[in-house]
Design a protein. Sequence first.
Length: 180
Amino acid sequence: MNTKIIALATGIVAAATLAAPAAQAGLRIGFGFPIGVFTAGGGHHHAQRHHQVDHYRALRRAKAIEAARLKRERAAAIAAAARARKEQAAAEAAMKAAAAERRKAAAAAALAAAAEKKKTDALAADSTKPVESADATTPLKTAANTTVTDTATSDEAPAKLECKRYFANVGMTISVPCTQ
């Protein structure tokens, strides 16, 4: 009968230990009767907690690495955008300088063409005036009585043909030598 009571008491203690909440599951009760040592209770909670802590540390480490990578990528993108803006500003400045040089060159060409036209107009006006000669028998050369053969045999080069051309960057029509 004593054996039955001991077995019943052992069963009740073991059932109470196994039914205990997780906080009390770490409690170990050892029975060393003739059947050997029997340990009731958990003991796995501690190892499981370390596994969870390691898992959360690994997650935090991975998130920190990802955040650092994103930060580097953002910084690289900002630097690339700044370089692009700097290059674009330099290109715009070069284009403005080139446009200013073209305007200056066109204005100089216009001034030279105007001076040439003024010079040719003055020569044309001088050639229409009668020239007095000491010899009264020689006819005076004027634009009206000059023939084609006279201009071909003279020492002067024939007058260059001029064409009118509109220059948009100057905003006016200028006489230029014809290309044909």
